[in-house]
Design a protein around this ligand. Structure first.
Ligand SMILES: N[C@@H](CCC(=O)N[C@@H](CS)C(=O)NCC(=O)O)C(=O)O
Length: 211
């Protein structure tokens, strides 16, 4: 397998965590988002969506971290990152999607660049935008974490796809100096997960292209 990744990409960070949890060895190819490599022909030939991550396996290449996570879950079922019962699986997907579909796309690099360069917003306005969407998502996620989590996981007592999405999003929130004092449950869960070797090895600072 080959993963097209960038150290600070939270979507790629999700996939790195899942690969580590499932013990899958994978070649990593760095795509430098700072220089715009994701929008140049060599990478567009790999992934026409122009975003990282992309995963190559057995001649197939596809993007979208959630599709990749589901693929890994189907091809390498152990350890399972989705619970067994259908309602529990739906809950975990719902938690993961609230981050991956409702929050992350609003704060993506290309959106922030568009706010700055096309709509002429200054850094303070961009930061306000960023923090607003973090708050919108984390307010509800904190309540759901209390309701469905164990204090160490967003759902139940095992690592799930929801946790795989949470930790990179917490990293992003800290990077943008978001105030996380209102989210003690999310902070406790993330703190626990980040101490696990599979999460630690996937962290941005531990990647070869970090810098
Ligand atoms: N929904 C996609 C989002 C992928 C995505 O937004 N990746 C970001 C990095 S986290 C990216 O490549 N951004 C490049 C850009 O905005 O130009 C996924 O989950 O894979």
């Amino acid at each position: 397998m080959k993963l097209y990744t960038y150290f600070r990409s939270s979507a790629a960070y999700r996939v790195r965590i899942a690969l580590n949890l499932k013990g899958i060895s994978c070649e990593q190819v760095a795509v430098d988002l700072r220089s715009g490599a994701q929008r140049r022909p060599p990478y567009l030939a790999v992934n026409p969506q122009g975003l990282v991550p992309a995963l190559e396996d057995g001649g197939a290449v596809f993007g979208q971290s959630l599709a990749i996570l589901e693929y890994l879950e189907e091809t390498h079922p152990e350890p399972a990152l989705l619970p067994r019962a259908s309602a529990d699986r739906a809950r975990v997907r719902s938690l993961a999607l609230s981050i991956a579909c409702d929050l992350h796309p609003l704060n993506n690099l290309r959106v922030l660049n568009y706010l700055r360069s096309v709509l002429g917003q200054d850094q303070s306005a961009v930061d306000t935008w960023y923090r607003h969407w973090i708050t919108e998502c984390f307010d509800s996620l904190e309540q759901e974490a209390k309701r469905y989590g164990s204090g160490r996981h967003l759902f139940g007592g095992q690592v799930t796809l929801a946790d795989v999405c949470l930790v990179p999003q917490m990293f992003n929130a800290r990077r943008f100096d978001c105030d996380l004092t209102s989210y003690p449950t999310l902070r406790a869960i993330s703190g626990h997960l980040e101490s696990l070797p599979e999460f630690a090895r996937a962290a941005p600072g531990a990647q070869p292209d970090a810098g």
